[in-house]
Design a protein around this ligand. Structure first.
Ligand code: F3S
Length: 413
């Protein structure tokens, strides 16, 4: 790789051991992927903030970095942790486990990481601009930044993201290069879906697109309109069921004003027609649970936006979560504060729902609850719940999730 004099200096130790080590790892990664040089990044977002992901190795590595005086050199935010820092006792998190997560938080704080604890850093203090190079991990955040904002990042792995944060650079390959951002697979929506563009359609479509795309770049044609939250839900599902890091939605996302723009000069390698039958089939596949009793409902994945809080509050108006059922709303503390100021949190809590802030069902140790059946409106939760929560899972619309929390029963879609 071609390194600048400054980068060569870092590799020679001019900025200390932590930066030397970080740039050494990034250089090796770049060489493996055929990168010609490094590109400076405007921000980083790190996923190894969670004790569940970082484990004891994370504490050791971050401890060494702090001892070496490591500080991040670009704005760096962190993904959800494995506890709700203020309510972990309510969520039955073992004290010893919480203590380890708090240790990680202290170490990250000493390195200058902004304690956002969220998978939606773009709703807090990390909002990239179109065309900006960034070094992010967290699949749902990466796909949002690339696709909806038009920023440029590969899906970094845990610890590689920390290296990027320390030196403010990543090797220039993959999605940092315009020629690697072009569409590869065309998903053509059938006109029989015209009446289907409700909120819960988007995670189902994302799940289907992810399954069929793998790590290629999908282009979706035929969606007439999509909101911020619908795009967030679509991308998170596609990034979970596949490894989609960038999608183009024709007429909606910034690098796809037309299908021609999304594909560049090349034609699609594959064309896939999507009709109502496939959507119904995918929705069925997303559920492993049976119709019947429910003990936990999870909404706010990716972390809830202010609009979603408003919706939950409205849907819970005059209702009460059934005794023996847990309704948890996952969010970050920034949006929580605003939702509280707007009165939504009071409405939600009055109905018996709980806020789970800075973490989520998939990041927390939930063994003490022994949940048997989780209901969710998130394609990403639907994908991971059977392994992370260890329970059956039913995917349903947000309205049906609230209904399940209130009645304690769900009907499989
Ligand atoms: Fe975020 Fe947890 Fe969902 S990290 S995307 S709320 S699985």
């Amino acid at each position: 790789m071609r390194l600048t004099d400054e980068e060569q200096g870092i590799l020679d130790g001019a900025r200390g051991e932590a930066q030397r080590l970080a740039l050494g790892i990034l250089t090796k990664l770049g060489e493996a992927y055929g990168a010609e040089d490094m590109v400076k990044i405007a921000s980083a977002h790190i996923v190894g903030s969670s004790y569940q992901i970082a484990g004891e190795a994370g504490i050791e590595i971050y401890g060494q970095l702090v001892a070496q005086g490591a500080r991040v050199t670009v704005r760096t935010t962190c993904d959800p942790g494995s506890i709700d820092f203020s309510r972990w006792r309510e969520f039955r998190t073992p004290a010893g486990y919480a203590e380890r997560q708090i240790k990680i938080a202290q170490l990250l704080g000493q390195m200058g990481v902004v304690p956002t604890w969220t998978c939606t850093p773009y709703t807090t203090f990390n909002v990239p601009r179109f065309g900006e190079h960034i070094g992010w991990s967290e699949s749902s955040a990466v796909v949002f930044a690339n696709s909806v904002i038009g920023a440029r990042t590969n899906r970094l792995a845990a610890y590689v993201d920390v290296c990027a944060a320390l030196v403010g650079r990543v090797p220039r390959f993959g999605l940092h290069l315009p020629e690697h951002r072009r569409g590869e697979v065309l998903f053509e929506l059938s006109p029989d879906l015209a009446a289907n563009f409700e909120d819960h359609f988007f995670p189902v479509l994302g799940y289907l697109v992810g399954q069929k795309t793998g790590d290629r770049i999908p282009v979706i044609r035929g969606v007439p309109h999509a909101t911020f939250d619908q795009l967030k839900a679509f991308g998170a599902a596609a990034a979970a069921s596949g490894s989609v890091a960038l999608y183009h939605m024709v007429g909606i996302t910034p690098e796809a004003r037309t299908a021609e723009e999304a594909f560049g000069a090349q034609s699609p390698a594959e064309r896939i027609a999507v009709d109502r039958r496939q959507i119904a089939l995918t929705m069925e596949q997303m559920s492993t649970g049976q119709s019947g009793p429910v003990d936990v409902v999870g909404i706010g994945c990716p972390h809830a936006s202010l609009d979603q809080f408003a919706r939950y509050a409205a849907l819970l108006q005059g209702k009460q979560v059934r005794t023996g059922v847990e309704l948890w709303v996952c969010a970050n503390s920034t949006v929580e504060a605003m939702a509280r100021a707007m009165g939504y949190v009071a409405d939600i809590e009055r109905a018996g729902a709980k806020l789970m802030v800075g973490t989520c069902h998939n990041d927390c140790p939930l063994e003490p609850w022994a949940f048997r059946h989780l209901v969710t409106d998130s394609g990403k939760f639907a994908y991971y719940t059977p392994t992370t929560v260890g329970s059956a899972c039913t995917f349903a619309s947000t309205e049906a999730c609230i209904q399940a929390a209130v009645t304690g029963q769900v009907q499989r879609p």
